[in-house]
Design a protein around this ligand. Sequence first.
Ligand code: MN
Length: 196
Amino acid sequence: MKDMMPVNGQFAMPELPYDGLGNIISKETLGFHHGKHLKAYVDNLNKMLPGSGLEGLSLAAVVKKAEGGLFNNAGQVLNHAMYFEQFSNSPRPMDEKLKSLLERDFGSVEAFKKEFEQKGATLFGSGWVWLSADKDGKLVITQQRNAENPVTAGLSPLLTFDVWEHAYYLDYQNRRADYLTALWQIVDWPVVAERL
Ligand code: MN
């Protein structure tokens, strides 16, 4: 899965691997979401780490051990790093291995997408919908509130859609379901498969 190590006790701001995502996520949304929201989480994490006893650990290890404000900020940095990394304006298709795993555990890729969208649309309040692999390699979809990440439940996270309003409100207003459906057009599947 995606993980990061601190350098001199500080986590770096995750870079965007593109300068736009067409009309699926506008540059205005990217500017606020990456440049303001994620930047604030990174800055807060780096302020709270010294003296926490968790200095020097990887980001995922901090998320597994932290509590309170440190957990919230570390979780949001990990969640957003994975979210922004998995998209592309020239997305590549899914390979046969991931496709066969989705078919094994959800019946079909379309059935997986439908359940993933439904769980994202029905998550009450702010949070994230995730595809993860459990300890036996079975693929599961979970709803996680606020800054939660599936690593805290012993799962290996593969794919996530952010359903905090800041992720979609400028482009889709209250139409969260339309945002979720649109995101499939920009998922760069080899990035997801590499997290297996
Ligand atoms: Mn977000």
